[in-house]
Design a protein around this ligand. Structure first.
Ligand SMILES: C[S@@+](CC[C@H](N)C(=O)[O-])C[C@H]1O[C@@H](n2cnc3c(N)ncnc32)[C@H](O)[C@@H]1O
Length: 267
């Protein structure tokens, strides 16, 4: 299996992602996506780059009938958390495994639906990833892709604070999830991979949280800031809080974030 060294995620990082980033951002995104689509009765669904499995769990709530849901991610640590978080008493059959999107251990034409929630931007070979997704989808099957459409003020504040502290490399990493935000390019890639784009929406939502430091620590940037030493880290965290202050109210922080949502059919 090809390895992507940027996704060598530790069990602690996977647990932080699940406990902090998922409730603040990735569960609301999965719910907003699911509210916009209908899933066919008893569908066979694959959640690719599933992380800790949040989209798969929300799919299970919305999928009518008894379906089959597969969750897969390149990170073994993320898959382990997903397995432990599998809903109990569900009528659907779940399977989880670690795999690179370009080399899925699945039979051709085995799924009706594929989901990629905030994964495409991280795939080093996007045409190969989409070709592999097309291979495992049945003819007429649908892929749903979400990908950030703008650098959110949350991640932008982290990156700007890192830059101000002279940590340009870490700032670049903080912006990485937003590195692929051109919707026309996503549409062109889908087209080249033989998909027909049926729907292109923008999903607008808010990252809601009480403690900026906790949120930052759930991202790879948290490790970079900690590595700067306590004194410099405190300065960077204070700068991030200052930059995020326009988004603070009595109900905590609510920072806007926009994603593309694509639905494309495999011919
Ligand atoms: C921002 S997370 C999104 C996770 C999940 N979809 C969610 O919404 O919470 C990006 C995920 O992409 C996974 N990933 C990155 N490169 C991958 C690849 N080549 N194949 C499969 N998964 C990959 C990472 O391990 C990570 O879990």
């Amino acid at each position: 299996m090809a390895q992507n060294k940027n996704f060598d995620i530790t069990p602690t990082a996977a647990a932080d992602y699940q406990n902090k980033a998922v409730p603040a951002m990735f569960e609301p995104l999965a719910r907003a996506t699911m509210a916009r689509i209908d899933l066919p009765d008893g569908a066979h669904v694959i959640d690719i780059a599933c992380g800790t499995g949040v989209a798969a769990r929300i799919i299970a709530e919305h999928l009518p009938g008894a379906g089959r849901i597969v969750g897969t991610d390149i990170s073994e640590a993320m898959v382990q958390v997903a397995k432990q978080s599998e809903p109990s008493g569900t009528r659907h059959e779940f399977t989880w495994f670690a795999a690179d999107v370009v080399d899925l251990p699945c039979d051709p034409q085995s799924f009706d639906i594929a989901f990629v929630q905030q994964g495409l931007q991280f795939f080093p070979d996007k045409p190969a990833a989409l070709a592999e997704i097309a291979r495992v989808l049945k003819p007429g099957g649908l892929v749903y892709i979400t990908c950030w459409a703008e650098i959110s003020p949350f991640n932008g504040s982290i990156a700007d604070a890192l830059e101000a502290a002279g940590a340009a490399d870490a700032a670049g990493k903080a912006r990485a999830p937003f590195s692929f935000r051109d919707g026309d390019m996503i549409a062109a890639l889908l087209d080249e991979a033989g998909f027909v784009v049926e729907r292109r929406d923008t999903v607008e939502l808010f990252r809601r949280f009480d403690h900026p430091r906790d949120q930052v620590m759930s991202l790879p940037a948290g490790k970079d800031i900690t590595a700067m030493g306590e004194k410099r880290a405190d300065i960077v965290f204070a700068d991030i809080e200052h930059r995020l202050s326009p988004y603070l109210s009595d109900e905590g922080y609510a920072v806007p974030q926009k994603a593309h949502l694509f639905a494309a059919r495999r011919l």
